[in-house]
Design a protein around this ligand. Sequence first.
Ligand SMILES: NC(=O)c1ccc[n+]([C@@H]2O[C@H](COP(=O)([O-])OP(=O)(O)OC[C@H]3O[C@@H](n4cnc5c(N)ncnc54)[C@H](O)[C@@H]3O)[C@@H](O)[C@H]2O)c1
Length: 391
Amino acid sequence: MVGYAFMGAAHSQAWRTVNRVYDLPARVRMAAICGRDAGKVADAADRLGWETYTTDWRELIARDDIDIVDVCTPGDSHAEITLAALAAGKHVLCEKPLANSVAEARAMTAAAATAQAAGIRSMCGFNYRRVPAVTMMQQMVAAGRLGTIRHVRAVYLQDWIVDPQFPLVWRLQKDKAGSGALGDIGAHIIDLTQFVTGQRISGVSAVTETFVKERPLPTGSSGLAATVDGSGPATGQVTVDDAAIFLARLDGGGLATYEASRFATGRKNALRVEINGSLGTLVFDLERLNELEFYDATRPAAEQGFSRILVTEGDHPYMSAWWPPGHIIGYEHSFTHQMRDLVEAVATGADPAPSFADALQVQLVLDAVERSARLGSAWTEVEPALAQVAV
Ligand SMILES: NC(=O)c1ccc[n+]([C@@H]2O[C@H](COP(=O)([O-])OP(=O)(O)OC[C@H]3O[C@@H](n4cnc5c(N)ncnc54)[C@H](O)[C@@H]3O)[C@@H](O)[C@H]2O)c1
């Protein structure tokens, strides 16, 4: 694993847990973790349960006893680490968004396709797909329970930078993060809704805004938990969006709206998706992640109404290995489910999802949103994933 902070900790917990919960065809050994600071990564290895540590990710890739490389760094290093790992014959799990640009995402997808021919697997970390209620939503839509999809309404809202004195952490710098709320949290709702509906966003009209354009430089940690410290004289430019809102068309004919913001005061990590179809509606709210709201318009009119499904039964997705019905699970379980699916795919020679090609498609939507916003919200088609070849 490369990176030991937020996602590093979440993934480590999942790697530690996955064999204890699921009966898998392979056993995970947490071989080595990498970070740039020797003291901190040594502490992280001890705390998170890794056998060894290094300050140079190239050492991980050079080791013969490492099969999977898990990339948990900011987006500016995803492409370099992933391309080197795939070239060395390692399976790769790369955090989202796949890259900081379409060009990088295309190169990574091409490398993954080449590696796949040699039996090497790759996967992007859109973990919300693996919340059981979200997977169930996808299964219900695929089974036709909503009929024809008419609307997707998706929001992902946070408020951690409402204070203008919150420092200029890496997530607020384009060269490190690629984009702001758009790529960080907007990417999740793009992937989630495309996964659930089985439809792709074909075009967008967008607005983005950077409300606070200059911030104090951070004095300590540069993660989400950076301390608010506006006492120093040094400041820097915010070079990403604070919020992105867009309308979209789905290639199956539906209309969709998306809102990603870090300025939704009071909303800590509020991800909500509603899907309206000709036969019903499904609603998912991350703050109630064990539940699904379902309106079934095929029931007798007198009995119609939203019902609450508690997604904790043994025959609900991923739940057979957890607790008795009604004993709820949480955010971290989505990462354990992610590792389960990856280990199973690697061990059985299957391709895990979301693939790099799926993640490239999300990147193309991010790119279309940015281009539309620059053009005063002009309608902007999402580029095809494969370059068109004239015959
Ligand atoms: N799936 C999710 O829900 C989710 C949630 C948060 C973040 N993410 C993604 O995970 C990635 C990491 O985000 P985070 O919140 O964990 O960030 P973070 O700031 O908490 O951690 C980043 C880690 O990467 C390390 N690092 C940075 N550059 C490095 C390099 N060149 N070599 C070795 N280590 C390096 C840092 O030291 C730190 O340990 C990002 O791509 C982010 O978008 C995904």
